[in-house]
Design a protein around this ligand. Sequence first.
Ligand SMILES: *Cc1c(COP(=O)(O)O)cnc(C)c1O
Length: 388
Amino acid sequence: MRHQTGANDLEGTVTADTAPDLLHLPPLSAPHFALIEDKVAALLRTEETVIATQGEALLPLEACIRSAVRPGSTALNVVTGPYGETFGGWLRSCGAEVVTVDAPFSGAVSAERIADALRAHPAIDFVSLVHAEAATGNTNPVAEIGAVVREHGALLMLDAVASVAAEPLLTDEWGVDLCVIGAQKAMGGPAGVSAVSVSARAWERIAANERAPRRSYLSLLDWKERWIDAGRTVLPHAPAQLEMLALEQALDHIGELGLESVITRHRAARDAVRAGVRALDSALAPYVVRDQDAAPVATTLRTPDGLDARELVRAALAADGSVPLQAAGGALAKEMIRVNHYGPAAARDVVLASVAALAEGLRALGHAEHPAEALSAAETAWDATLMG
Ligand SMILES: *Cc1c(COP(=O)(O)O)cnc(C)c1O
């Protein structure tokens, strides 16, 4: 039945006529839930256990920290963006002594700095690290960092929400003990569904932690005892079908396209935006200095003194309101622009339109620009990355 609104305000949205029927889904069965977890494990290249979690990624991230960390723990928290700061608060509230290593948002943290911190603080038994940062556009060398952490013997928790499906993520090979993903960035899925892989080493530590949450939404141990150790035959609760089915569709879609090609599109988007911006005049520069530190999920741009990032975003969106541009949040709002290019936005036309909108916005604010050169540089970079 069509609702009579008498206005055009439903134009372009799903109406009662076209909406899929969301109310008569059968309950998700245990084998189906287990299959979705297995598909996540394949994507993460892990043979360890995976738990699909209904809730945003902060849920499994907090669950990992509260399960593995206790009073007396020493944690190394690597801060390369806003999420690391959140982890620091959780670690302290678990009673851990926290050693912080931070890197400017214009770069990445090196494995050498992690090795130095581990040498200086031999008691470190837990390391929290964000792989790629959607908010600040940088990405960290997890393979090298993982090797250093493994040699030291600490557990490694990785926030891979913004890297999964945008760049390689080799959970087991890199020695990641707790790997957290969300569906809503490069996977092109919905927000509100996430997953975590837990290594055997991590389960040992968690099982030995008398402070690990039990009978709690944050409890990994409950999942282990009631679901995994019980052979994944009886679900401990009724899973949210909508979220789990959408997660499965996102996983299947990546499978159909091929993970390699999804990753390549995200890299091409990053390379095209960086090349396009460099071909504009000097009013704008990639915020992340070195190409190898730039995340394929989003490109951050730095505006010079006197050019407010929010003003430029407004002008660019006035030229083309469809492009995924935003000013950064918080303290960086004046100087950082974020070009999102994940999921369906990791596409040639979206990326070129973003560069064109930035050029138009700059022109509207009185900067002499070369939009044609910027577009052609972006196109060339996109094609070069796609050709490999
Ligand atoms: C987006 C993002 C998150 C948050 O995911 P939610 O599902 O919104 O909780 C966490 N970490 C990183 C690195 C992200 O980019």
